[in-house]
Design a binder for this molecule. Structure first.
Ligand SMILES: Cc1cc2nc3c(=O)[nH]c(=O)nc-3n(C[C@H](O)[C@H](O)[C@H](O)COP(=O)(O)OP(=O)(O)OC[C@H]3O[C@@H](n4cnc5c(N)ncnc54)[C@H](O)[C@@H]3O)c2cc1C
Length: 321
């Protein structure tokens, strides 16, 4: 449960945001259905903004009441604790799902747009460059924040600029890709800053060839990635020059279980939350796997999944090398 002592402030935040915003606002809304792991507790307050004005409203209430803020896209790279998030969660969706052309060979999309839909939109207009993202279950905002990538490419290869809203300051700016310091699964977008939209620079291409590349990537994924239980894709980042999955497999951990959490028997860097799993089970499995791989191979795996909220033994999961 979200801590009781915070409830009054959170209730006030919900009321104040609801009074001025046009999007949906809910008090203590369960977050599990909004994440790919399908575990975790409620948001203190959930806001589904309709437009940038709603973001301003939420930002000003949050800074006035001194609350924490979390931005959620499709929730495909987060593990939220069983107690939930004791602050305001801004979930990007309707209102930020638009896609439009930007110049002759560009596309611009709202932060809540579905990344595979953007890739397909570009394909239909004979624009190449986003094929790699056709099966990444991300929003545009979450994809940019994580510098999502696959098949040797990532969004930093095609991003031209992003419109970023600094919520507490009530300020929005257009930042060129070079100013976002995008590296492997990392972008310099701070926790209180939100990607409202992004522009991608693509290249003219043959739609049949674009479609063929997309199909090849889809087939590869179906062959190599398990999908039979809720997961968040790669749990750990690949260490330089090696593969997290191979190290976990070589440590004999495929199929290892803690409570309802399990290392996938098919792809060792995918962790499942089986029916009845707690977020704490997944967290404990991450701690165990990290420690076993370090003992056996001398390599410390660092989480790719973003850990949010409270966990017992939180400091046992190492997040720096
Ligand atoms: C089956 C499966 C396959 C996957 N395959 C891949 C893959 O091939 N490549 C890959 O890179 N990832 C992959 N992922 C992980 C995940 O899809 C990516 O990390 C993706 O970028 C997360 O996007 P999201 O919208 O779900 O963000 P969320 O999971 O909701 O959030 C992730 C982080 O981004 C922040 N964030 C979200 N939206 C915004 C915003 N608008 N502005 C600022 N910050 C924001 C959140 O606060 C959080 O810190 C996979 C996941 C699954 C479940």
């Amino acid at each position: 449960m979200v801590p009781e002592e915070g409830d009054e402030t959170l209730r006030q935040a919900a009321e104040q945001i609801a009074a001025a915003a046009s999007g949906r606002v809910a008090f203590r809304e369960p977050l599990a259905p909004f994440t790919s792991f399908r575990v975790g507790g409620p948001a203190g307050v959930l806001v589904e903004p309709k437009d940038e004005r709603d973001l301003e409203v939420a930002g000003s209430v949050v800074s006035r009441l001194g609350l924490d803020i979390l931005i959620l896209g499709r929730g495909s790279n987060v593990l939220i604790g069983d107690d939930g998030f004791p602050g305001v969660v801004i979930r990007m969706g309707k209102g930020f799902e638009w896609i439009r052309r930007a110049g002759d060979d560009g596309v611009e999309a709202g932060g809540g747009a579905n990344l595979p839909q953007v890739a397909n939109w570009a394909r239909r207009r004979s624009l190449a460059g986003m094929e790699f993202s056709v099966a990444i279950p991300a929003t545009v905002g979450g994809g940019v924040a994580m510098n999502a990538g696959a098949h040797g490419s990532s969004l930093s290869d095609v991003l031209e600029s992003a419109r970023v809203c600094h919520l507490a300051e009530g300020r929005t700016e257009e930042i060129a890709a070079a100013g976002l310091s995008m590296t492997y699964r990392k972008t310099a977008v701070g926790p209180g800053s939100l990607v409202c939209s992004a522009r991608f620079r693509l290249t003219p291409g043959d739609p049949a060839e674009i479609a063929a590349r997309m199909e090849k990537y889809r087939v590869h994924r179906t062959r190599t990635q398990p999908a039979e239980a809720p997961n968040a894709g790669s749990t750990f980042r690949n260490p330089t020059g090696s593969s997290a999955g191979a190290l976990i497999e070589a440590s004999g951990l495929k199929g290892h279980r803690i409570g309802g959490a399990e290392v996938s028997p098919k792809h060792a860097n995918f962790f499942f939350a089986r029916p009845g799993a707690k977020a704490q089970d997944v967290f404990d499995l991450m701690v165990f796997v990290q420690s076993e791989v370090e003992k056996k191979h001398g390599v410390r795996l660092l989480p790719e999944v973003r850990i949010i909220g409270f966990f017992d033994n939180a400091d046992e999961l190492k997040t720096t090398s």
